[in-house]
Design a protein around this ligand. Structure first.
Ligand code: NI
Length: 184
């Protein structure tokens, strides 16, 4: 396993639509995923998309731990809000209902910044896992946000392009001026 160099905003690999993976079970895909997971954990990120490590492929990894969720969630509700470390090849996202939620996002390709982004609050996604099998999940809250953020990378979209109010594009160190304690 290798920690890969992360592409930063402005690099062309982040601005193009990534290619479908013809054989998700291929050993090269497995190696790429291992490197992506190691790179993500090393950089303390919640998710990573293959274009961020200069690979033009539709592969994402992410996790949505309970610690990133709204602490007021009940146990049953929290289920859709959390996800273990997940690998998704050739993902597809479907919006379940029209509800939208704002939240602070960061990105390993946009280091040092945070931005307030509105996204669908409730989605269903599917894709192929590392075992070559397709699966489907429902996601809400931070889980829904991280999947949409990583999926956007496969479309060549970075979160600042999703922002409607650029006064909420700020340095990480200044988040204390914005986030109520229960919003982080
Ligand atoms: Ni990102």
């Amino acid at each position: 396993m290798t920690i890969r160099k992360i592409a930063r905003m402005g690099h062309p690999v982040l601005a193009k639509r990534a290619a479908e993976v013809p054989d998700p079970g291929h050993v090269d895909v497995r190696r790429l995923v291992e490197d992506m997971i190691e790179t993500m954990i090393d950089a303390n990120g919640a998710g990573l998309a293959a274009p961020q490590v200069h690979e033009d492929l539709r592969v994402i990894v992410f996790q949505a731990p309970i610690t990133r969720s709204d602490p007021g969630l009940g146990e049953a509700e929290a289920f859709d809000h959390t996800a273990p470390l997940t690998v998704l090849v050739n993902p597809v996202i479907e919006v379940v209902d029209g509800s939208v939620e704002g939240g602070w996002e960061g990105c390993l390709s946009v280091p040092g910044l945070r931005g307030w982004v509105e996204r669908a609050a409730h989605i269903r996604y599917r894709g192929v896992g590392l075992d070559g099998r397709a699966f489907e999940r429902v996601a809400k809250g931070f889980h829904a946000r991280v999947v949409q953020h990583e999926f956007d990378h496969l479309e060549g979209i970075l979160y600042p392009q999703r922002m409607t109010d650029l006064t909420k594009l700020i340095f990480e160190s200044e988040i204390k001026h914005w986030a109520a304690p229960d919003e982080e």
